[in-house]
Design a protein around this ligand. Sequence first.
Ligand code: MTE
Ligand code: MO
Length: 309
Amino acid sequence: MLIRQTPDLTENDVTDKGLYYGRRTFMTAAAALGSTGLLGLDAAQAAPLATVKSPYKVDEELTDPKAIAGYNNFYEFGTDKSDPARYARSLKTRPWTLVVDGLCAKPQRFDIDALMKRFPIEERIYRHRCVEAWSMVVPWNGFPLASLLKVVEPTSAAKFVSFTTLVDPAQMPGQKDDFIKWPYREGLRLDEAMHPLTLLAVGIYGETIPNQNGAPIRLVAPWKYGFKGGKSLVKISLVDKQPQTSWNMINGREYGFYSNVNPEVDHPRWSQATERRIGEFARRKTLPFNGYGPQVASMYSGMDLRKFY
Ligand SMILES: Nc1nc2c(c(=O)[nH]1)N[C@H]1C(S)=C(S)[C@@H](COP(=O)(O)O)O[C@H]1N2
Ligand SMILES: [Mo]
């Protein structure tokens, strides 16, 4: 997101690189395989989900599903916004096991299909703010991370949670490039992980989540920059120390552990005061905690958010 690309894209860039390629990819896939549903994916990738409404929703226009699934950051499949939609087809998402382990009484391995039946799948309409200063509004489908963590019973020694993405260069061609020390790692403090807004997403727009968005299961913490939401997770561990995280390992000055959306703390190379919502022309103001301050700010009371960026 930072090393080879300019941080923010103009409307033209997005139309050209993101939406244009996104549409073309979808049309190609649809022509070759036949397609279903809103996301235009083939039937092997997109299945309808039974979802329940939730009170967690913002009343804003939803981003075009083809943009959500055509303009992605998923460096395991390449660094261009259009790469994930093109190359993530090779990701095999069944069978899939999610390990939840570490400092808990009942560490265990969960089969993804069993997991998706175990908890009600909610619809959550969240803002998404990338550290690169673009944003979108996504109707995710998923269940609270807290529901899963309660099953394994964290011990009192658990203070943080780490998230690990699959490593398989045969399926993930971007992993042949090693500027990220794979796996992609992320982490949260335990209270952040247990917060009711923190979601494990298994779908968008009422369909199973497209591979390029992190199938079969990815994290969503909407008050943080998007990179905190690890995709295609294989492991969630309860740990006692703040875990190492991928972007922080690459450039700790630019990407902090907390990475709460904060219009007052600029990235060293660009302003975070405003953002460009995909599909809009004018920039809008970025909100503290991405607009989720009333729900989450109390977790950071007494902390200097310039220091803990
Ligand atoms: N494993 C993995 N997870 C990842 C990334 C990645 O490159 N690899 N990119 C992050 C970034 S920078 C963002 S903005 C979001 C993008 O999610 P989306 O493509 O579903 O919009 O995924 C995050 N999760
Ligand atoms: Mo991002």
